[in-house]
Ligand binder design. Structure first.
Ligand SMILES: Cc1cc2nc3c(=O)[nH]c(=O)nc-3n(C[C@H](O)[C@H](O)[C@H](O)COP(=O)(O)OP(=O)(O)OC[C@H]3O[C@@H](n4cnc5c(N)ncnc54)[C@H](O)[C@@H]3O)c2cc1C
Length: 510
């Protein structure tokens, strides 16, 4: 069969129109890159992307990222929902999240430990639905000129020093760069020879929509039992963990009889499932690409890392990859990238991914049905009921403690910028819709203004009066909202010059 050669050369071809591929496409297109997404599925709609299977908890960095691009207000699902994973109790004993099924509570969290988190920050957690998120992101991507071709799976690719030829069956497409956002079984990862290192699973997880003849036999909420875990998020919607070494996952069709047998064993009841409407399985296999870049090919999202969905971190991790990669790849394409900028994607995101894999492994380790795990579980439970314990777990689960090790003297460097609110009611997040860097100067220092102007539009200068400036004098913010430099007084401009030159190319090209 003769291959159909498409003539256009795209700046970036993305494999996969999942949430990560779509968000990355939005970031690239915002920076004026031409983007083609090839998506295997013809139909973007699927039962598994809708309630309740498609429910995903968003954490602070994802919520901030969506807010900073003006996308948060387009998500509606969370407004109709309470988090079904949490109990309905309000007040200080309201469950705020969990680790290995052990709850931590609002009233125990000492937010004063998060010194740079302002009261007007976006939420720390939010319920979303994959289908709605993808719809919002697709709409934004297409409005920015991204082409999405559905029903075209990437089957192979070939890269040279100048670009990548991507194959989808008998068609080929040309791009300067290729990013694999094609999920856990990524073809880009496999065809690109990326090593995917990690650990094998302990359990098979099930998400199922069922009719239960005698639902009173199951306890409500999340139940960690001596043989696994079961959760009824709503009547008829089940999540089960069965510690079978992951052997059942992908071993064949999942029948009603099988789900009932697993549920009975895990719940230690004789509950009866009268109908199985939909079911999917998953595991706690934890693997991560040892590098996220091979020449002109990059990985992001589940293509780069997989782990158990316990505590819901995978989507958040992937959206973080996209926010970190988008502006760096765009600057590289447009020859506006200081040396090493693109490599900092791997340097910054790989350790964050490794932390999330370990977080998921630690949960599995204390959920196992054995006496050692039970003993550890009890100790963790005690710690989580202390203010320091609850604050630590909330900081990790909500991503509030996410930090890149960028060096620099100020503790804020490498953190997400606080959501400063100005006197006119606008926030720093509102200034970030265009994806440029910002030099925020609370002291109106003329030399800072002059420095920003050397970077053309790539660093916007802003001198607003913040309602609470947290004793800061000035802050340099990268396009992804990460603090590149901060100062408590207006004297340290030489450090600012170094930081600006590390992340941005000036008018003179240096
Ligand atoms: C039960 C469960 C609950 C979860 N809960 C949470 C949660 O609460 N919070 C959270 O953060 N995460 C959660 N996750 C994880 C989260 O769903 C994933 O991490 C996230 O969907 C990854 O997004 P992605 O875009 O990288 O990959 P995907 O969502 O897998 O999208 C990949 C896309 O690529 C396409 N594709 C595949 N192969 C090809 C190909 N060869 N060519 C072109 N296209 C291709 C696919 O069709 C798909 O559209 C959960 C996961 C599970 C299983």
């Amino acid at each position: 069969m003769k291959a159909t050669q498409n003539q256009s050369i795209y700046d970036v071809i993305i494999s996969g129109a999942g949430p990560v591929g779509l968000f990355l496409a939005c970031e690239l297109a915002l920076a004026n890159c031409s983007v083609l997404i090839l998506e295997k599925a013809e139909n973007p709609h699927s039962l598994l992307k809708q309630m309740p299977f498609g429910i995903r908890g968003l954490s602070a960095p994802s919520i901030e990222a969506l807010y900073r691009r003006g996308l948060l207000q387009e998500l509606e699902v969370h407004k109709r929902l309470k988090n079904p994973h949490l109990n309905a109790v309000q007040g200080p004993r309201r469950q705020a999240g969990h680790f290995a099924g052990i709850p931590f509570h609002d009233g125990d969290i000492d937010t004063s430990q998060w010194k740079y988190r302002l009261p007007g920050s976006t939420d720390t957690s939010l319920i979303s639905e994959i289908e709605e998120l993808e719809t919002v992101l697709s709409r934004r991507a297409e409005s920015l000129g991204v082409q999405i071709k559905r029903g075209l799976a990437v089957t192979d690719f070939h890269q040279t020093a100048d670009g990548v030829t991507v194959q989808s069956g008998d068609q080929t497409f040309n791009g300067k760069w290729l990013v694999g956002c094609d999920g856990s079984r990524s073809v880009v990862r496999k065809a690109g020879g990326f090593e995917f290192a990690g650990t094998e699973p302990e359990f098979t997880g099930y998400s199922a929509k069922v009719d239960i003849a005698d639902p009173e036999k199951l306890k409500p909420g999340r139940n960690v039992t001596p043989t696994g875990m079961y959760l009824q998020s709503q009547p008829g919607y089940l999540a089960i963990q069965d510690f079978d070494g992951g052997s059942f996952h992908n071993s064949g069709p999942v029948t009603l009889e099988h789900v009932q047998e697993v549920l009975r064993r895990v719940s230690n009841t004789d509950v009866t499932i009268s109908a199985l409407h939909a079911v999917t399985t998953w595991t706690d296999r934890a693997r991560q690409a040892t590098t996220y870049r091979n020449g002109r090919v990059l990985l992001a999202g589940d293509a780069a890392h997989i782990h158990a969905p316990l505590g819901g971190q995978g989507l958040n991790l992937g959206l973080g990859d996209a926010m970190n990669l988008g502006w760096k790849l765009a600057a590289t394409l447009q020859e506006k990238a200081p040396e090493g900028l693109l490599d900092s994607y791997d340097t910054e995101r790989h350790p964050i991914g490794a932390q999330v894999l370990d977080w998921s492994r630690a949960q599995v380790a204390i959920m196992k049905p054995d006496p050692n795990a039970r003993a550890l579980n009890a100790i963790v439970r005690d710690l989580m009921n202390t203010p320091d314990g609850a604050t630590y777990f909330a900081g990790r689960v909500w991503g509030v403690n996410t930090h890149y090790n960028l060096g620099g003297d100020h503790p804020l460097v490498g953190d997400s910028v606080p959501n400063f609110e100005f006197e006119d009611g606008a926030t720093i997040g509102d200034l970030m819709h265009d994806g440029q860097g910002i030099l925020l100067d609370f002291d109106r220092n003329p030399s800072l203004k002059a420095l920003a102007s050397e970077y053309g539009g790539r660093i916007k200068y802003s001198s607003g009066n913040a309602k609470d400036r947290l004793a800061l004098s000035a802050v340099l913010i990268r396009p992804d909202g990460i603090v590149a430099w901060a100062s408590d007084n207006d004297q340290q401009t030489s450090e600012l010059q170094k930081a600006a030159a590390r992340w941005f190319v000036g008018r003179s090209g240096s």
